[in-house]
Design a protein around this ligand. Structure first.
Ligand code: 5GP
Ligand code: ZN
Length: 106
């Protein structure tokens, strides 16, 4: 979507460095990290939230991407978070999975 900040990041509009990228998703550091490591895994295809996702293959690919990012970053322990809906704190309405590790302030 043209007005979506994560679509713009995926499109390279802001020159954001990707920690990891594959066919389905990109991963980049959160701009306001809430932990020593705070990476967002974002599907290349725009989906507003988990509630709008009806592609189980993509869901599986995203979780496998989380594992690949964790492996690349050498994370032994990490927390994954998906905020779905403004009431629980979703602020960017392009599905993303937070990966948090180290000292987590969330
Ligand atoms: P949410 O609250 O929707 O689950 O998470 C959105 C996350 O995206 C927040 O942690 C916020 O700091 C991050 N974020 C928002 N805008 C940008 C941006 O332009 N670049 C990056 N790297 N992260 C962003
Ligand atoms: Zn988007």
């Amino acid at each position: 979507m043209s007005d979506c900040v994560f679509c713009k990041i995926i499109n390279g509009d802001f020159g954001t460095e990707f920690v990891y990228e594959n066919e389905y998703a990109v991963a980049f550091n959160d701009i306001e990290p809430k932990a020593d490591t705070h990476v967002l895994v974002v599907p290349k295809k725009h989906v507003d939230s988990l509630s709008e996702l009806n592609d189980e293959v993509l869901l599986g690919k995203l979780m496998m991407t989380v594992r690949e990012v964790a492996k690349k970053l050498n994370l032994k322990s990490y927390r994954t978070v998906i905020n779905t809906g403004a009431e629980v704190g979703q602020t960017v309405f392009h599905l993303h999975i937070h990966i948090l590790a180290g000292d987590i302030k969330l």
